[in-house]
Design a protein around this ligand. Structure first.
Ligand SMILES: Nc1ncnc2c1ncn2[C@@H]1O[C@H](COP(=O)(O)OP(=O)(O)OP(=O)(O)O)[C@@H](O)[C@H]1O
Ligand SMILES: O=P(O)(O)OC[C@H]1O[C@](O)(CO)[C@@H](O)[C@@H]1O
Ligand SMILES: [Mg+2]
Length: 456
C-alpha cells in the first residue's frame, strides 16, 4: 500500500467532547431569549454566523496515521455567538475583576468586556471590582460604561487595580449575591483560576442564577491547554530589548558577560522565546532544566570557552531557575507571598556574584566584567502590542458570547488558533511548562550551543 492509500484508510478521528457546564444543568426551567445580535444594526447574521453546541475544536491536530490507537482527540465547544441566549440583556448585571500580577492587555480585556456587553447585547449594568478578589467584599464596585473605558486599551496595568491574597470564598459569593450580579468575569492567572473554580462551585451549590467566566492572564504563559496567554508576546518583545542591551554591554568589554534575569516563576517561556527571537544569547537557564556551575559540563566551563572564542557572552536566566542550588536559610525556604506563592531568592544577583568569584579564582589578573540587567516589571507594566490587543478583544468577546448563552464555569481561550470554551476546573489543574524534550528546547540548544547540564 502506498503512503497516499494508507492515509485514506486511516482518516477517522475519534472525538471525545468535553462538556462545558451550563446554568440550566442546575436551573433547568430558565426561559431562553433570541440574541439581540439578530437586530443589531452593525451585524447582519448570515448562515454560519451563529455557532451551536455541535461546533467543536480538536485539541490535537497532529496525528500519526500509521497508528490507529493514536487517532483520537478531546473536542471543545467553539466560542462565539449563539442565536438563542439565556439572559434577557435588560436584566444582566455584570462584575469584572482582575487578580494577580500585572500583564499587558488587562485593560484591553476590561474595555472589550464593557464595550462588547454594551454594544452587542445592550447590557447597561456593568461594574468593576477594585483590587482583586478582596474587592468583592471590602470595596464598593465601580460603575463602568463605554465612554469611560474608550481609551483603556492604551494604558498598561489595570485601571481596576489588582492584588494578591484576600480570597475569602463565603464573603466573595455573599457579595456577588448582595450586589445582585448575575454575570462574573474573572481575569487572572493560575491562582486566580483555582479561586474561580471555588467560586463557581459555591455558586452552583447555592443554585444561583450567576454565570462565571474566566479569562486566563499571565506573562509567564504557564496556563495549560490554551495556545498562549495574552500579554506574553508583548513581554517577550520587551525582554528582547534587555537582551540586546546586555549583548552591547558584553561586546564592549574584554571578557564581558551580559546577564539578564527575566520573569517566569516556575516556567521559562519568556526566557526561551526571548532567547530564540534575539539570537544574541549564549546560554538560557530555565526552571525546567536544572543546571550547575562547577566542573565538566557546567556553566563556568562553558562560559570560559565562550569568552576564549568570542570575547563575550550573554546569559539569560528565568527567575525561577537555579532556586535549588542557591544557598538559603530555613526561614527563606518558608517565605510565601500573600497568595501562597513561594518567594524566590534573586538568581541574577547570586549568579553575578558567583561568576565574579569564579573569574577571580581561575583567571586572576585578567580583565572581566559582568553587566547584570533585571528588567523586572518593565516587561509587564506596559501596554499590549498590536497582536496582544487583538487577542484580548477576541478573548473578551468569546467570554461574553458564552456567558450570554448560559455557559458557566468556563474559560475562553484559543486552542490551535480557534477560540473555545474550556471547563475551568480542567484548566485550573493543568500547567504549561517548557518541554525540554521537544523541538523548541532542542532549537534553543542549537541556537546557543549551551550544554545540557547532565552530569556524566
Ligand atoms: N488555591 C487557591 N484557592 C483560592 N484562591 C486562590 C488560590 N490560589 C490563589 N488564589 C487567589 O487568586 C488570586 C491571584 O493569585 P496569584 O497571586 O497566585 O496570581 P495568579 O492569578 O496566579 O496570577 P500571576 O501568577 O500570573 O500573577 C489571589 O487573590 C489569591 O488569593
Ligand atoms: O512582584 P509581584 O507583583 O508579586 O509579581 C511577580 C511575579 O508575577 C509574575 O509576573 C506572574 O506570575 C511572575 O513572573 C513574577 O514572579
Ligand atoms: Mg500564578
Amino acid at each position: 500500500m502506498n503512503d497516499q492509500n494508507h492515509l485514506e484508510t486511516q482518516s477517522i478521528i475519534n472525538m471525545n467532547l468535553v462538556n462545558v457546564p451550563h446554568i440550566t444543568d442546575y436551573l433547568p426551567h430558565l426561559k431562553k431569549h433570541t440574541s439581540p445580535l439578530e437586530h443589531n444594526h452593525f451585524y447582519h447574521p448570515s448562515e454560519g454566523f451563529y455557532l451551536s453546541s455541535s461546533d467543536v475544536i480538536l485539541r490535537r491536530t497532529i496525528f500519526d496515521t500509521s497508528d490507529n490507537n493514536t487517532l483520537s482527540s478531546l473536542a471543545y465547544h467553539r466560542a462565539g455567538p449563539r442565536k438563542e441566549i439565556l439572559y434577557d440583556p435588560q436584566n444582566v448585571r455584570v462584575a469584572i475583576v482582575t487578580c494577580g500580577g500585572l500583564c499587558p492587555g488587562l485593560n484591553t480585556v476590561i474595555r472589550e468586556l464593557v464595550v462588547g456587553l454594551w454594544e452587542q447585547y445592550g447590557v447597561r449594568e456593568i461594574f468593576g471590582i477594585k483590587a482583586g478578589y478582596r474587592g468583592f467584599y471590602s470595596m464598593e464596585p465601580v460603575r463602568l460604561d463605554v465612554k469611560m473605558v474608550h481609551n483603556w486599551h492604551k494604558r498598561g496595568g489595570t485601571v481596576l487595580e489588582t492584588s494578591r491574597g484576600g480570597f475569602d470564598l463565603a464573603k466573595i459569593v455573599n457579595a456577588i449575591e448582595d450586589h445582585g450580579f448575575n454575570q462574573v468575569y474573572i481575569i487572572g492567572g493560575d491562582g486566580t483560576l483555582r479561586g474561580a473554580v471555588k467560586i463557581f462551585n459555591e455558586i452552583q451549590r447555592r443554585k444561583l442564577y450567576v454565570g462565571v467566566a474566566a479569562i486566563p492572564k499571565t506573562v509567564d504563559n504557564d496556563v495549560g491547554i490554551i495556545d498562549r496567554s495574552f500579554g506574553f508576546q508583548t513581554a517577550v518583545e520587551k525582554a528582547q530589548q534587555a537582551i540586546s542591551a546586555a549583548h552591547v554591554e558584553a561586546e564592549s568589554a574584554p571578557n564581558g558577560i551580559g546577564l539578564v534575569k527575566l520573569m517566569g516563576r516556575s516556567t521559562g517561556h519568556i526566557a526561551l522565546s526571548a532567547t530564540l527571537s534575539s539570537r544574541d544569547v549564549d546560554c538560557c537557564l530555565i526552571p525546567e532544566n536544572e543546571f550547575f556551575l562547577e566542573g565538566e559540563g557546567g556553566l563556568f566551563e562553558f562560559l570560559g570557552d565562550r569568552l576564549k572564542q568570542n570575547g563575550h557572552a550573554v546569559v539569560v536566566v528565568a527567575e525561577g531557575a537555579g532556586q535549588d542550588i542557591i544557598p538559603r536559610t530555613d526561614a527563606q525556604k518558608q517565605e510565601r507571598d500573600e497568595s501562597g506563592n513561594p518567594v524566590f531568592l534573586d538568581v541574577g544577583v547570586w549568579l553575578k556574584s558567583e561568576l565574579k568569584s569564579w573569574w577571580e579564582r581561575d583567571h586572576k589578573g585578567e580583565l572581566f566584567t559582568v553587566k547584570y540587567i533585571d528588567p523586572t516589571y518593565m516587561i509587564r507594566a506596559v501596554t499590549a502590542n498590536a497582536t496582544d490587543n487583538l487577542y484580548c478583544t477576541l478573548l473578551a468577546h468569546s467570554a461574553i458570547h458564552g456567558v450570554m448563552a448560559g455557559y458557566t464555569g468556563f474559560v475562553a481561550g484559543p486552542i490551535n488558533g480557534n477560540y473555545a470554551y474550556i471547563p475551568m476546573d480542567e484548566i485550573a489543574v493543568t500547567k504549561n511548562q517548557v518541554d525540554t524534550k521537544d523541538h523548541n528546547w532542542a532549537w534553543v540548544r542549537s541556537v546557543t550551543t549551551q550544554p545540557d547540564f547532565e552530569r556524566n
